[in-house]
Write a protein that binds this ligand. Structure first.
Ligand SMILES: Cc1ncc(COP(=O)(O)O)c(C=O)c1O
Length: 469
């Protein structure tokens, strides 16, 4: 194929995706609205796409750019000279490494980590990969970590605890956990405390009234901050910072006992593209501290306007008052979030349904970026219309027999054929087992929502398995 044909085909395929720019996709992507930042990021990404972060002596420019990014973060996260950092590929990798490092430093049998139930799913993945038990403690008022309950759990588990973690803010509810209080508990017991600031860590430094949450708090031993979120850099960049080099040491891996090069890695990837790191370096330099302050002010002004507007719409309420730029919306029984989400997509807006959790009904998650803040009135108009239409349609009705079956299934007893049948019943596959994603996900989501988490997981894995065959 010619370059022109290839680019035309890429553009054609790209049209199937959600838009990454324009501020109308309120999850997954972050848009500064600054064309110059996007352009410099793209250029740096291309310039460094083939550079390999595997060996810092062969590609010293990557090492120096990593140092610059860590230095920039340190000045904004009240970090002293002892704080060290690593650039990783994303929030999940930063979290995986924080957990692996804590586990390997402690070397205890049956290691456990104590977290609020609102902690990001990446911690469950780390628990799964590294054999660390995830002990999730129900949250307290306003969906914030319950320090008394976490302390009780920490003391009950005793020496098994290798890590305590909390969020600033949590993805699901957008609220900040009480880091100072938790740090007092972990410090007294000599435990590691990881602050998951993946989504808030490039907002909070420019919020003068935020309660202390970073290295200003004695006892915080590591922090994850994603640059591919509110630093508005291309995808593939997060920072994992440790309070000192000793705490970080088990993160590094070296292997010399084979006939090839001595493998020496600071992250899970070995060969890694220099592109995302160079792009992040370029975008952070272009926007700069003052630029981020302006973006944060703009984003938070937009978030407040959006939250107020939502409160004024019939059938909707805020699940919590947003602490930063994440808004979580609940509904009354006259409408359902899955239908609203479909109707918003019809109007060119992506909002993310979050399934029920325990006693809490499903809700809608909105991540506000600077570009979304430019179009709050349009968003509210679309939402008002979508909710009115959803109220006329009424909530998705699920066949009670199907709901009962979904709620009581034991996924461990099901074979491939049974999953094919279930996927077809849920509207995600034809009778031949070929998966087919319907245009309207509302009815599928509403059915999946009544299934308990274990069933949902098994169903989604079966779906992905078929999707990728
Ligand atoms: C609080 C928090 N932690 C971790 C993550 C995981 O980050 P990633 O998707 O970059 O792996 C996210 C992503 O939204 C997040 O919001």
């Amino acid at each position: 194929m010619s370059p022109d044909q290839i680019l035309a085909e890429l553009s054609e395929r790209r049209r199937q995706d959600l838009p990454t720019h324009g501020g109308r996709t309120l999850a997954y992507v972050y848009d500064s609205g600054l064309a110059a930042a996007d352009e410099i990021g793209r250029q740096a990404l291309a310039m460094y796409a083939s550079a390999n972060g595997l060996d810092p002596t062969a590609f010293p420019s990557l090492l120096s750019m990593e140092a610059d990014l860590v230095a920039f973060a340190r000045t904004h996260l009240h970090a002293g000279d002892a704080v060290v950092g690593t650039v990783t590929s994303g929030g999940t990798e930063s979290i995986l490494l924080a957990v692996q490092t804590a586990r390997d430093a402690a070397r205890v049998e049956r290691p456990a980590m104590v977290v609020p139930s609102t902690i990001h799913a990446a911690f469950a993945k780390a628990a799964h990969y590294f054999g660390v038990e995830l002990v999730a403690v129900p949250v307290g008022a306003e969906h914030r970590a319950d320090v008394a309950a976490m302390t009780e759990t920490i003391d009950r588990l005793g020496d098994r605890v290798v890590l305590v973690a909390a969020s600033t803010p949590s993805y699901a509810h957008g609220v900040i956990d009480p880091i100072e209080e938790l740090a007092a508990v972990t410090r007294e017991r000599g435990l590691r405390l990881h602050v998951d600031a993946c989504i808030g860590g490039w907002i909070l430094p420019w919020m003068p009234d935020a309660a202390p949450w970073d290295f200003a708090v004695p006892g915080v031993t590591s922090i994850s901050v994603d640059l591919h979120k509110y630093a508005y850099t291309p995808k593939g960049v997060s920072l994992l910072l440790h309070a000192d080099a000793g705490l970080r040491r088990p993160q590094f891996f070296a292997y010399a006992d084979w006939p090839g090069y001595t493998m020496l890695n600071s992250t899970m990837q070995s060969t890694k593209s220099g592109g995302p790191l160079a792009a992040a370096w370029a975008v952070v330099r272009l926007i700069g501290s003052e630029g981020y302050r302006e973006l944060v002010e703009h984003t938070l002004t937009g978030t407040r306007a959006l939250a107020e507007g939502i409160e004024a719409i019939d059938h909707l309420h805020l699940v919590e008052r947003p602490d930063t730029s994440l808004v979580v919306v609940g509904t009354d029984d006259a409408v359902d979030v899955f239908t609203i989400s479909d109707l918003m997509l019809d109007r060119g807006w992506f909002v993310q349904p979050q399934m029920r959790f325990g006693d809490e009904p499903a809700n809608l998650h909105l991540t506000i970026s600077a570009a979304t803040a430019d179009s709050v009135p349009e968003f509210l108009t679309a939402l008002r219309e979508a909710v009115a239409e959803a109220a006329v349609a009424g909530p998705v009705r699920i066949d009670p027999a199907l709901a009962e079956a979904a709620a009581t299934l034991d996924p461990d007893t099901l074979d491939d054929e049974a999953f094919d049948g279930l996927l077809a019943l849920a509207g995600l596959a034809g009778g031949d087992g070929q998966v087919a994603v319907p245009d309207r996900l509302g009815p599928v989501n509403a059915l999946v929502d009544v299934a308990p988490p274990r069933v949902r997981e098994a169903l989604m894995v079966a779906f992905l398995d078929r999707l990728t065959r």
